[in-house]
Design a protein around this ligand. Structure first.
Ligand code: ZN
Ligand code: ZN
Length: 188
């Protein structure tokens, strides 16, 4: 996985892993490969433990809406995880790594998620990382939309909330004005 200027793949991988935590280190390895990562070292149960700790810290970032508090948490993750950037072509194609060579997967994900999240927040907007607006839905998403006003994790949740707001509106007595209904049409 190459870090693009907006860190999109890395921040999406973090959301995917946080939303559905991997149960085993084999599953972790499989999902990282599926996301396009080239794994350089054998994956162990310690990597899984490390990743859970990283995701716990990352979810705190998600749940901290204040811009400066949020940036402070990301900065702490960067300080602990990232080394100076360096060029590599280990996976074909030159790109940057913000870490030392041949690190275990847990450490690689720590720096990838920290740097990717930082790039996303500075490149697209500090507010563009959140949980779904549907109260019972805890899904996290990185808002990569054009407008930066995505509120739901999925179209399904958007529809769910629209139906609910419509019903709430009716209960409160706000009737929709059906102008084109029977009796409201054109004369003749
Ligand atoms: Zn690489
Ligand atoms: Zn949702």
């Amino acid at each position: 996985m190459h870090l693009n200027p907006y860190g999109e793949d890395a921040v999406n991988l973090a959301a995917d892993l946080a939303n559905r935590r991997p149960a085993t280190h084999e599953e972790l390895a499989e999902r990282c490969r599926a996301a396009g990562m080239v794994l350089e070292t054998p994956v162990t149960p310690q990597d899984l433990e490390r990743v859970h700790a990283v995701l716990d810290a990352w979810e705190k970032v998600v749940d901290t809406p204040g811009e400066h508090e949020r940036a402070e948490l990301v900065n702490r993750m960067l300080a602990e995880s990232a080394a100076y950037p360096r060029m590599t072509d280990h996976a074909g194609g030159w790109h940057l790594h913000y870490r030392d060579g041949r690190q275990p997967l847990g450490a690689v994900l720590f720096s990838l998620i920290s740097v990717g999240t930082a790039l996303h927040l500075v490149g697209r907007g500090v507010h563009r990382l959140r949980r779904c607006a549907v109260t019972e839905c805890t899904m996290i998403f990185a808002d990569t939309s054009r407008t930066g006003r995505q509120r739901y994790c999925s179209q399904r949740c958007a529809n769910r909330d629209a139906v609910r707001r419509h019903r709430a509106g009716h209960r409160a007595g706000h009737r929709t004005d059906h102008r084109d209904g029977p009796g409201g049409g054109r004369p003749g």
